[in-house]
Design a protein around this ligand. Sequence first.
Ligand SMILES: Cc1cc2nc3c(=O)[nH]c(=O)nc-3n(C[C@H](O)[C@H](O)[C@H](O)COP(=O)(O)OP(=O)(O)OC[C@H]3O[C@@H](n4cnc5c(N)ncnc54)[C@H](O)[C@@H]3O)c2cc1C
Length: 411
Amino acid sequence: MRDVVIIGGGVAGLSAAVSCYDSGARDILIIERDSSLGGILRQCIHNGFGLHTFSQELTGPEFAERFITEVSKRSIDYVLDSMVIDISPHRVVYVNGKEGVITVDSQAIILAMGCRERPRGALNIPGYRPAGIFSAGTAQRLMNIDGYSVGKDVVILGSGDIGLIMARRLTLEGAKVHAVAEILPYSGGLKRNIVQCLDDYGIPLYLSHTVVDIAGKRRVEGVTIARVDENRKPIKGTEIHFCCDTLLLSVGLLPENELSSKAGIVLSSATGGPAVDDRLSTSADGIFAAGNVLHVHDLADYVVEEAAEAGRNAADYISGCHGEIKKARIKAGYGVRYTVPQLIRCDRTSPVTIRFRVSSVFHNASIVVLSDGKEIQRKRKRIMAPGEMESLKFDGISLSSELEIRIEVEQ
Ligand SMILES: Cc1cc2nc3c(=O)[nH]c(=O)nc-3n(C[C@H](O)[C@H](O)[C@H](O)COP(=O)(O)OP(=O)(O)OC[C@H]3O[C@@H](n4cnc5c(N)ncnc54)[C@H](O)[C@@H]3O)c2cc1C
């Protein structure tokens, strides 16, 4: 029986492993389906990682390497080319690896499987299925890891961070990025990526626009976009046509949670990840979650910070006694799309970081924390946007399970 099994060897899994070890657990196993550790960051060769964690601007592979080094220093076990195909609520992990399917028993599990891109099928774009349509992350992998060029004339649908980063990457490789179209009236990406990846290269961002037609049978020959109304319906007469050979889709990420739901873990409909308490513990006893599998993060720095917390909590869990603990519910109020955690233990005495995203763009607004309707904390913000994760340190008050903590935006 292992102390702790960590599923996923991205930076969440690596950071969780290091802090779990430093908190006393010794028999830790990281299970990774890919042929190397590092996760999605292996293909993110741009800089901009690690400003918070190391006060340095690193590339994705450099940032991941720092954690791989720490894992090696501690001689933490890991297996590669091994995919977890099932977990039981009693912490038995089924792994399909080089020796076939094996089972691993563990006292605690940390879920760190990351996320995947939303596919085209979910989008209902009319037209044929010509070559030249890629999700932005697939195009990134083809270019940065496999060394292929994906196209010369490109339109990007969706202004999430991956799409913005790929707009710059394609331009640097000599392609012409004609437009980024975003159905919402604001970008889903970080402000710094709009400036550094679009504005600096003169790439136009069409807000409140979507793709209404894709021309071409064998290969994409053109893409038509149109303005949408407040119900996101295309407005006739506003069409703009671009001759292009490639369409990239950057239309959102989904936490990778097939394993979690198969194990009966309660998922949050707002995040797509497990609902967790302030220890990042899921509804299944001894199973924790961190990183993009829990909720989609904007910065890798926040992923490693959160995962370190999950690692410490898993180590505490295996060394302590654990009984039924009463929890208060944290509710996302006006202007808040979700919070993580969603529950907080009533006996918690130390401050807890609550991460959340707002549902729209707010200028000069306040984040207010209410306990049964009574204000207990307030923080003023000049600007808040859905593309940027927000957080606040909740100081903790005497809680009871009947209490409802609500976080909302006040204009
Ligand atoms: C394209 C892109 C660009 C980004 N750019 C930036 C940036 O500029 N700056 C920044 O700070 N952040 C950026 N981010 C965000 C940051 O990279 C991620 O938030 C972070 O790397 C997520 O780490 P993770 O470990 O949760 O997930 P991942 O890195 O996705 O790792 C999950 C791992 O789990 C493995 N796995 C999944 N399922 C199984 C299974 N069943 N069995 C075994 N293994 C499994 C996967 O193979 C993978 O290695 C970017 C993200 C993307 C996608």
